[in-house]
Design a protein around this ligand. Sequence first.
Ligand SMILES: Nc1ccn([C@@H]2O[C@H](COP(=O)(O)OP(=O)(O)OP(=O)(O)O)[C@@H](O)[C@H]2O)c(=O)n1
Ligand SMILES: C[C@](O)(CO)[C@H](O)COP(=O)(O)O
Length: 244
Amino acid sequence: MTSVAVLTSAGSGTRLGLDVPKGLVDLSGQPLVVRAARGLARAACLAGIVITVPAAELETFRSRFPGGLVPGTDLPVRVVAGGSTRQASVAAGLAALDDDVDVVLVHDAARCLAPPDLIAAVEQTVRSGRRAVVPALPVTDTIKRAGDPGDDGAAPVHETVQRTALRAVQTPQGFDRNLLDSAHRAGGHLAADERSAVSDDAGLVEALGEQVWLVPGDERALKITTRRDLALAEILLREEPELA
Ligand SMILES: Nc1ccn([C@@H]2O[C@H](COP(=O)(O)OP(=O)(O)OP(=O)(O)O)[C@@H](O)[C@H]2O)c(=O)n1
Ligand SMILES: C[C@](O)(CO)[C@H](O)COP(=O)(O)O
């Protein structure tokens, strides 16, 4: 029984607008990708991590993991080139897994403050027999379905969506390895183009007709997308230094 994480860090961080790939952006003294890897290590349920990074930055990212280990731990790390979309990057990570891996957690470096107990809970739920497990939080905003905006920028409302059953999903998402491999094989033709690629791995599993299960998410697993998210993550770290 071997659980491994595929940690996606091949995005450029366009919306963050800094001059380094998002995984290398500093958050209170550590790059996001190192923080995310340390969180995975602290969950103490993984035998290794495969990190997908921009192809042009392989050596820069590798230098952040001296000796091929998560800093301060003995958890091995393999850094591989990702693809042009998140889906393609996860597929590249899966292709690098050893044969003995039977459970895979797919995690975003952009969600680098996901607490170790959340990570361990996802892994444990897969181990207990749920083959596709996603952490999620209830949606708190009122949600409306909109049409195309007119010339003045105003968009017509088509409906107000009943929100009680809506959930915003996070990572790590945990899977039986064979199921995730099958889902990526079946959806592989979508991966190259951002317009067709799926935004999470559970979407590919759903497309196979397989059941996906939700477990409670955690606000600290926020996705750092904008400067405001980065500032919020800094505040979270000040409030809870043990997340560091
Ligand atoms: N081709 C890509 C695109 C994204 N990701 C990863 O998927 C996660 C979620 O992506 P997002 O937060 O949208 O990151 P970016 O694509 O870097 O952001 P942006 O769209 O602003 O460029 C991130 O950990 C990111 O590194 C990836 O591995 N490969
Ligand atoms: C996988 C994910 O983090 C779940 O919320 C999210 O879907 C990534 O999507 P993005 O479009 O790459 O931000």
